[in-house]
Design a protein around this ligand. Structure first.
Ligand code: NAD
Ligand code: DAU
Length: 337
């Protein structure tokens, strides 16, 4: 049995990855390390706590990381400060966790000669113009816009430097915007779903023309498993589900429709400073070389069914998000969002 250390496993994608692994890849013995910041919720793993080892801790804690990496075979590194709007209010935790935290993991991987898979984002490439038909590939130059994306870019560069200079066994994946259960309600889709469930109008930044290449979190995680199992060491893989024709306005309209509201039952609020316009991912390398294909690709927006299931999840799990709703909205109100 291989031992898998999952950093950030109490957050959105990490928790879904833990559940996905236990269901589809029972050959792994799972340990999670998570600092339980505002974004980490131990309830996300409550139903599987008897099947995993859970460690509360910081990825910047050298001794703890050294000990955990030594005990495991593979590290899948999700832990990060992940929200762009927060990085515009206070960049420091992003520098600390995303850069120093990744450095700390890399040094332990180097010392103990273990395998790393580093989780990254399409935002490292910056953005495309709305009318640009191009998509990001594994060779697109880095040009991040926000404190969040620049710290993720920094962490990717560290991983590549450790691969080239020290020969560590690592792969990287850059994925587009995820949606699904357990996503923090500060993020676009759960914020709007929980707004409607609270009888508050959804909030669209600026004109809402921005395009995000949405992918269901399980499709992201199936790709990560394929890369761990069959990815070529030292390589980077783009993960995306070809949804680069869907803008924020269309997503909000679809959420309104699926939740029984008029299509225009939303309001425009202040735009995000430096707002990236368009992300689009070319995942042909992953599809061609590893045979990956996303499952949640139904219909015209590619997300109707996945979004319906996600709406049901927030409706059925109101206790999970309700206690945080007021504080999240108070923070947004300060910036007119
Ligand atoms: P999230 O904010 O929901 O979860 C992050 C988790 O990391 C939380 O559980 C938090 O407690 C933990 N954490 C934060 N700082 C820590 C530290 N110093 N030590 C240990 N744990 C710490 O984030 P997410 O949306 O699940 O994103 C996970 C990863 O995927 C991130 O690396 C992010 O950059 C990347 N990513 C996210 C998306 C997306 O759409 N959400 C897309 C592509 C890539
Ligand atoms: O692209 C991958 C990235 O996707 C990940 O690396 C990040 O961790 C993740 O948070 C996400 O970043 P975004 O900034 O794209 O996601 P967010 O959910 O914050 O916003 C999605 C889009 O919706 C973006 O264009 C801003 C807009 N938006 C957001 C909020 C919260 C709104 O219009 N209204 C809102 O209330």
């Amino acid at each position: 049995m291989k031992k898998l250390l999952i950093t950030g496993g109490a957050g959105f994608i990490g928790a879904n990855f833990v559940h996905y692994t236990l269901k589809h890849n029972p050959e792994y013995e799972v340990t999670v390390i998570d600092k339980l910041t505002y974004a980490g919720n131990p309830d996300n793993l409550a139903s599987v706590l008897d099947k995993i080892t859970f460690v509360t801790g910081d990825i910047c804690d050298r001794n703890l990381i050294d000990e955990l990496v030594a005990k495991n075979d593979i590290v899948v590194h999700f832990a990060a400060e992940s929200h762009n709007d927060n990085s515009l209010r206070d960049p420091w935790p992003f520098v600390e966790t995303n850069i120093i935290g990744t450095y700390t993991i890399l040094e332990a991987i180097r010392k103990h000669k273990k395998r790393l898979h580093h989780i990254s984002t399409d935002e490292v490439f910056g953005d495309l113009e709305l009318d640009d038909p191009d998509r990001f590939t594994e060779t697109t130059p880095y040009e991040p816009s926000s404190p969040y994306s620049s710290t993720k870019a920094g962490s990717d560069h560290l991983v590549r430097a450790w691969i080239r200079s020290f020969g560590i066994e690592a792969t990287i994946s850059n994925c587009s915007n995820n949606y699904g259960p357990y996503q923090h309600i500060e993020k676009f889709i759960p914020r709007q779903i929980t707004n409607i469930l609270s009888d508050v109008k959804p909030k669209l930044y600026g004109t809402g023309e921005q395009v995000r290449d949405w992918i269901h979190v399980d499709d992201h995680n199936s790709a990560v498993h394929m890369i761990i199992e069959a990815g070529v060491l030292g390589e980077t893989y783009i993960i995306g589900a070809d949804n680069d024709h869907v803008n924020n306005k269309m997503v909000i309209e679809l959420i309104c429709e699926l939740m029984g509201k008029g299509k225009d039952w939303y309001e425009h609020v202040n735009d995000r400073p430096g707002h990236d316009m368009r992300y689009a991912m070319d995942s042909s390398k992953l599809r061609r070389d590893l045979g990956w294909t996303p499952v949640h690709t139904d219909n015209e927006t590619g997300m109707r069914d996945g979004l319906s299931q996600t709406i049901d999840w927030y409706r059925d799990n109101q206790a999970w998000w309700q206690a945080q709703k007021q504080a999240v909205e108070a923070k947004y109100a300060e910036s007119g969002q």
